[in-house]
Design a protein around this ligand. Structure first.
Ligand code: ADP
Length: 366
C-alpha cells in the first residue's frame, strides 16, 4: 500500500496547520508545515495492521467485520466517518484500512480542496476500491461537498461545462472508492454529507493500559530502553492521546540521552516532563491557567467559552475542540447551559498544583 498525499493542493492552502504551540497540543504535528510531512514523520510509529492498532476495541471490531465482508464481495468499502479529538488515530486507521484491503490511500484535508478542480482531480484519478482520506471534513466548502454527493452515492461526477446559456451538466463515471472522512467536530458536518457515510464511528480517549502499551511499542521502535513503570508515567501524562504519548516519549528520550542514562525509569520521566511543566495528570501551564482564570476571575463559573477564550488570548473553537475535551473527560470542568463550571476535582487539582498566573508570562504562548 502506498501513501499518496495530495500534491498541488498543498500550495496556497487557505489555512495551514498551525505550528505546535505546546507540548500537550494533540492537534500539533511534530514537524508543522504540510500534512504530507506529518504523515511521513509520524509514519514510523503508526501501526500498519488492525492487529497492531492498540485499543479502540469497538471501532476495530466494527471495521474488521466491514473489511472482511468487503473483501469477500470484492467491492469498495462503504464510506467511513471517523470523529473524535485530534491525535487519537483517525489518519492511522485510514491507512490501516487501506493496508487491510490491499489498496492505496490518498491523503488530503478539506482546506486543501478549495477549488472544485482540486477534488475533481483527486476523484478522477482514483483506482477501483482505493481510499480517499479527507481530514477536517467539516471544513469542506459547499461546491466541494456537492461534488462529493453523487461521487459517494453513485460513483459519478456531475460537472458543469460552459457558462451562461450554453452551460450543460455532464456526468462522468469514476472508480468505486471509499471516502474516509475525519473530523474533530461531527456536529459541524452538514446532514446530507453525514448521511452518505455507511459507517460512522467515534474514537475515544485511550485508557491507561492501552496508552502504556502504545508507549512501550513506540519505545521499541525508537530504540529507547524503558520499563513498564516508566511507560505508565508517560501514559498518565499524555491526555489519553497517542500522538502526545509519542511526543512526550521523544522529550524523555532527549533528557535520557543528554544525561547519559541508558534506560528510562519512572523518576526520569517525572523529571523530564516536569521540565516542560507537565504535571502528573497531563495538564500543562496552559490548562492550569484556564482553570485558574475560572477560579480567580469568575469564582469557578459558570462562565462563557468566549469570555474564557478572550481572557486567555485563545481562539474559542480551539479551546472547545482541543483544550476542553480532556479537562471535561477528567471531570475538572463541566459544560452547563450557563457556561463552563470548575468542578470540585478541578479546584482540588489547582490547590495541589499550586497557583499559576492567569496571564501568560513573557515569552510564553498565549
Ligand atoms: P488523528 O488523525 O486522529 O489526528 P493520527 O492517526 O495521526 O491521529 O495518530 C497520531 C499518532 O498516534 C500516530 O503517529 C500514531 O503513531 C499514534 N497512534 C494513533 N493511534 C494509535 C494506536 N491505536 N496504536 C498505536 N499508536 C497509535
Amino acid at each position: 500500500m502506498a501513501i499518496v498525499s495530495s500534491g498541488p493542493q498543498s500550495q496556497g492552502r487557505p489555512e495551514a496547520t498551525p505550528p505546535p504551540r505546546r507540548l500537550l497540543d494533540p492537534a500539533a504535528a511534530e514537524v508543522p508545515a504540510e500534512p504530507q510531512e506529518l504523515v511521513v514523520r509520524e509514519d514510523s510509529l503508526r501501526p500498519k495492521r488492525l492487529d497492531d492498532y492498540i485499543g479502540q476495541g469497538e471501532l476495530k471490531q466494527v471495521l474488521r467485520i466491514a473489511v472482511e465482508a468487503t473483501r469477500a464481495r470484492a467491492e469498495a468499502l462503504d464510506h467511513v466517518l471517523l470523529y473524535g479529538p485530534p491525535g487519537l488515530g483517525k489518519t492511522t486507521m485510514a491507512l490501516v484500512l487501506a493496508e487491510e484491503l490491499g489498496v492505496r490511500c490518498r491523503i488530503t484535508s478539506a482546506p486543501a480542496l478549495e477549488r472544485p478542480r482540486d477534488i475533481v482531480g483527486l476523484l478522477v484519478n482514483l483506482q477501483p476500491h482505493e481510499l480517499l482520506f479527507i481530514d477536517e471534513i467539516h471544513r469542506l466548502n459547499r461546491v466541494a461537498e456537492e461534488l462529493l454527493y453523487p461521487a459517494m452515492e453513485d460513483y459519478r461526477l456531475d460537472l458543469t461545462v460552459g457558462k451562461g446559456t450554453t452551460a450543460r451538466t455532464r456526468s462522468l463515471p469514476i472508480a468505486p472508492f471509499t471516502l474516509v472522512g475525519a473530523t474533530t467536530r461531527a456536529g459541524a458536518l452538514s446532514s446530507p454529507l453525514r448521511d452518505r457515510f455507511g459507517l460512522i464511528q467515534r474514537l475515544e480517549f485511550y485508557g491507561l493500559e492501552d496508552l502504556q502499551a502504545i508507549v512501550l511499542r513506540a519505545a521499541g521502535l525508537l530504540d529507547v530502553r524503558l520499563d513498564a513503570a516508566a511507560a505508565l508515567e508517560v501514559a498518565r501524562r499524555c491526555r489519553g492521546t497517542p500522538r502526545i504519548a509519542n511526543r512526550l516519549l521523544r522529550r524523555v528520550r532527549d533528557v535520557a540521552s543528554v544525561r547519559g542514562h541508558a534506560a528510562v525509569t519512572a523518576a526520569l520521566v517525572h523529571e523530564a516532563l516536569s521540565l516542560h511543566r507537565v504535571d502528573g495528570r497531563g495538564l500543562d501551564a496552559h490548562d492550569r491557567r484556564l482553570l485558574t482564570l475560572m477560579l480567580e476571575g469568575y469564582g469557578g463559573g459558570p462562565v462563557g467559552l468566549d469570555t474564557l477564550a478572550a481572557g486567555l488570548g485563545e481562539d474559542p473553537a480551539t479551546l472547545e475542540a482541543v483544550v476542553e475535551p480532556y479537562l471535561l473527560q477528567q471531570g475538572l470542568l463541566q459544560r452547563t447551559p450557563r457556561g463552563r463550571l470548575l468542578t470540585e476535582a478541578g479546584r482540588a487539582h489547582l490547590a495541589a498544583a499550586g497557583p499559576v498566573a492567569a496571564t501568560p508570562a513573557a515569552g510564553e504562548r498565549p
